[in-house]
Design a protein around this ligand. Structure first.
Ligand code: UDP
Length: 538
């Protein structure tokens, strides 16, 4: 590994002199530890102390300079999971003069992205917490290109999905354990620390029960740009539309099984008159899985991490998620949220086993596979009697694990019925017209004219011009929303109008000042910004 690092030649003495004279320089983005990413020059890492080191000198920079707030609770989150107390980043400070007494630094010449993977053995976590955030953190900073090197500091070994992480840059990612083999004091010439959370859509329930993130900032477009990149790197190309359409059943082979899989496959093939195939992480290579999902019309699977691969489905395809007995689909929605992101253009269907006869439980397994034998008798009985797992926090709720690791005999008529409520004819992939939604600009040149009739009646004529971008767009329906607010009041009268002018006479009083707010609406739900408020006196 150390040979690999020295591929880029650096002048060791110049680098050491620069470190001693200039110290560490840090400039960060973000206002809180939860949205911060820092760029460093000469950030060091002691592999003996297992701590990052910041060297102070006359030229060092530390922005933000938080003082002891740097420990409340940390400078930043090293993984993309928000504010998780096992994922914090900080450094220890030293004067650059201390370098004289320290091990000789080994310089890392590559631009480094330093972060934690959250749970590299679980595919949902791999994509949602690591791959997408790393990909878009690299997009954010132009020197994090394909020649950058990833450093994973969480302390795990490579894990079963390491090949996926390797696709993100041309250099082998390095793990915390491997740093020891490079030297006692490593100094990163240029590095970025932390991951962008901008693409994450789910919170796992550490402080409140799991669910979609409150403020999702990613759309299907960005997800699909990422999958396009991954497919290129995996050498997976998509078939032409002429090829045969088919359904994929993604099965688990270790736990949470579908007990009547053969029957399910036959039923799907018959109902939709389509070839139906089974895949599993155990029996297929990753590129094969991506190719098979990438061309599928429908993906059917038990709830579970493998369903994150629906991000490789073509637009128009359908995701069918199966939930074991007593597990309310509305309470576990990572894959529903993904499938229904704006612009993902997937149809999502949840099916739940509601029949106790069709479930097989495993009370005697170890607790982490859903066993409950370690609980006291009364609690075991309560769990076995319960018909729905109540909402709970992550991650060790025994009732949840017990139900999550049941096997299920899928009730075929019930499943087909649920799918048919959404999929009327043949399932997707449709060659969809681009449904990208563009928003109107402000209306322009808004004017008003008042006329007073007598002492109690008045009229207000308001007119405006179309938004500037409309003349370059094909829009099905253009409407305008006008709010009329009497000055000093906090209520207003709203109107939806089709034309660019209107005369208001209802509730318009003479000798009054009105504030008029106007915005344009495309296709019923694409609301534009309000133009500057118009002041109109009658
Ligand atoms: N997994 C699998 N086959 C199985 C069970 C699990 O491939 O029969 C994979 C699963 O997709 C995930 C990892 O093993 O990537 C961990 O599974 P676990 O049941 O712990 O998590 P979940 O799928 O519930 O998120």
């Amino acid at each position: 590994q150390s040979q690999e690092l020295s591929q880029v030649q650096i002048d060791y003495h110049a680098a050491l002199q620069a470190l001693v004279e200039d110290g560490t320089r840090m400039v960060c983005t973000g206002r809180m530890h939860t949205d911060r990413i820092c760029r460093f020059e000469s950030l060091c890492y002691s592999t003996e102390a297992e701590e990052f080191v910041y060297f102070h000198s006359n030229s060092s920079v530390m922005l933000p300079n938080l003082g002891s707030r740097r420990f409340q609770p940390a400078l930043l989150d090293l993984s993309s999971v928000e504010d998780h107390n096992t994922q914090y980043f900080n450094f220890v400070e030293l004067p650059a003069a201390a370098l004289k007494f320290m091990p000789k630094p080994v310089f890392v010449p590559d631009v480094a992205l330093i972060a934690n993977r959250f749970n590299p053995d679980n595919l949902m976590h791999v994509f949602h917490d690591d791959l997408l955030p790393i990909y878009y953190t690299m997009q954010q900073f132009s020197d994090l290109d394909l020649e950058a090197r990833l450093f994973f500091m969480e302390g795990w070994s490579e894990g079963v999905h390491f090949d996926l992480y390797k696709l993100l840059s041309n250099k082998q990612p390095l793990l915390r354990e491997q740093l020891k083999t490079l030297g006692r004091l490593l100094c990163f010439t240029k590095s970025y620390v932390g991951l962008s959370k901008i693409t994450t859509w789910y919170q796992y329930g550490f402080v409140q029960p799991q669910g979609p993130k409150a403020n999702i900032l990613v759309s299907g477009n960005e997800i699909r740009q990422f999958t396009k990149f991954m497919m290129q790197k995996l050498n997976v190309s998509l078939e032409e539309s002429s090829s045969e359409e088919y359904i994929v059943v993604f099965s688990r082979t270790i736990n949470r099984l579908i007990l009547n899989e053969a029957e399910l496959i036959l039923a799907l093939a018959q109902e939709f008159q389509m070839k139906t195939i089974t895949i599993s992480l155990e029996e297929h290579s990753f590129p094969d899985i991506v190719r098979l999902i990438g061309n599928a019309s429908m993906l059917v699977s038990m709830h579970g991490a493998q369903l994150v691969l629906s991000l490789f489905l073509p637009r128009g395809a359908t995701v069918v998620e199966l939930f074991p007995y007593a597990i309310n689909p509305e309470h576990y929605t990572p894959y529903k949220t993904l499938a229904t992101l704006p612009g993902m253009d997937l149809q999502y269907i949840a099916w739940q086993n509601t029949d106790r006869e069709d479930t097989v439980t495993y009370p005697d397994r170890p607790w982490d596979q859903g066993g409950i034998a370690h609980l006291d008798k009364a609690e075991q009985e309560r769990i076995i009697k319960s018909t729905e797992v109540p909402r709970h926090l992550c991650c060790r709720n025994p009732e949840w694990l017990f139900r999550a690791y049941q096997d299920t005999k899928v009730n075929i008529p019930s499943l087909i019925h649920v799918i048919r409520q959404t999929v009327k004819s043949k399932p997707g992939p449709k060659k969809q017209k681009w449904s990208g939604s563009l928003y109107p600009g402000k209306v322009r040149d808004a004017k008003c004219q008042a006329s007073v009739q007598g002492t109690s009646e008045a009229k207000l004529s308001v007119s405006w011009q179309i938004p500037w971008n409309l003349k370059y767009l094909k829009v099905r329906e253009v409407k305008y929303e006008v709010w009329i607010q009497e000055q000093g009041e906090n209520t207003y009268m709203p109107y939806i109008l089709s034309h660019q002018n209107h005369t208001f006479s209802e509730n318009i009083k003479p000798f009054t000042i009105y504030l008029v707010w106007i915005r344009c609406i495309f296709n019923k739900n694409l609301l534009g910004p309000f133009a500057d408020v118009l002041l109109c006196s009658t």
